[in-house]
Design a protein around this ligand. Structure first.
Ligand code: ATP
Length: 230
């Protein structure tokens, strides 16, 4: 449903992606792993219109979406949980969630469902988003993206800065999303987590795909080689 073909990306004259071929089928969880600077965030930004890409290098449901305005891509059904959560500090938890509803499409997700997914958010719904723990803020960021009822959810570094037990709690929500028909891409620094929660993974190295495989079938050696280039 979402694919890139020969995707290249640039920051001015500096090239960050060198021909990424990527596919995503409905209902899959696909992980993108790789070292710092490998191009994972740039890749996600190309999928959401934050970094320009040629129209047909990124295709969603058969249509070229590369370089479309980010709002247009959200309206078509591609949602993003940005790195660093980016909550609005002056808004409450519930108001932050409602921000995501501004680009709302028809679908199953609403405040009630998000509070079922993350009950702690209901308890804290009147608190300012920034008064929450890092893990709870991440839940708000996920909920905010879900409020738009995306078909595909792109998640950038969900586990960044979180304790292992909190990471597990966040990722426990994933099967609940895919049961609802959601398709998910996660960018993840933590290779073990990525392998555990995904069906397939792509490893990026210096702007190229160094490994694309079924998550349960890759060995630690293959991943190390693809990750570090050794
Ligand atoms: P990280 O895990 O550190 O976020 P990453 O795999 O997501 O790494 P990117 O952030 O996509 O990697 O970076 C890929 C390359 O693009 C790097 O060489 C980086 O220095 C460069 N880059 C990223 N953002 C910019 C920018 N705004 N301007 C110029 N170069 C950038």
């Amino acid at each position: 449903m979402l694919a890139t073909q020969g995707l290249q990306a640039f920051y001015g004259d500096a090239q960050a992606l060198f021909g990424i071929d990527f596919t995503l089928a409905p209902g899959e969880v696909v992980a993108v792993i790789g070292a710092n600077g490998a191009g994972k965030s740039t890749f996600l930004k190309c999928l959401t219109g934050l970094v320009k890409a040629p129209r047909d290098a990124v295709r969603f449901r058969g249509e070229g979406i590369g370089g479309l305005p980010p709002g247009e891509i959200v309206r078509r059904g591609v949602g993003m949980v940005p790195e660093g959560r980016r909550l609005f500090p002056s808004l409450s938890v519930e108001e932050n969630l409602l921000v995501g509803a501004s680009a709302r499409r028809p679908g199953p997700w609403n405040l009630r469902r998000i509070y079922q997914l993350f009950p702690v958010l209901q308890e804290k719904r009147r608190n300012p988003g920034t008064a929450l723990s890092g893990g709870q803020q991440q839940m708000v960021a996920i909920g905010r993206a879900l409020m738009a009822n995306p078909e595909v959810l792109l998640c950038d570094e969900l586990s960044l800065g979180l304790a292992p037990i909190v990471i597990q709690e966040i990722y426990r929500a994933l099967p609940r999303l895919t049961q609802e028909g959601m398709t998910v891409v996660i960018v993840e620094q933590d290779v073990q987590t990525a392998q555990r929660v995904s069906q397939r993974l792509y490893c990026f190295q210096e702007g190229r795909v160094s490994l694309a495989a079924a998550s349960t079938q890759v060995t630690r050696e293959q991943v190390s080689r693809a990750y570090f280039g050794v």
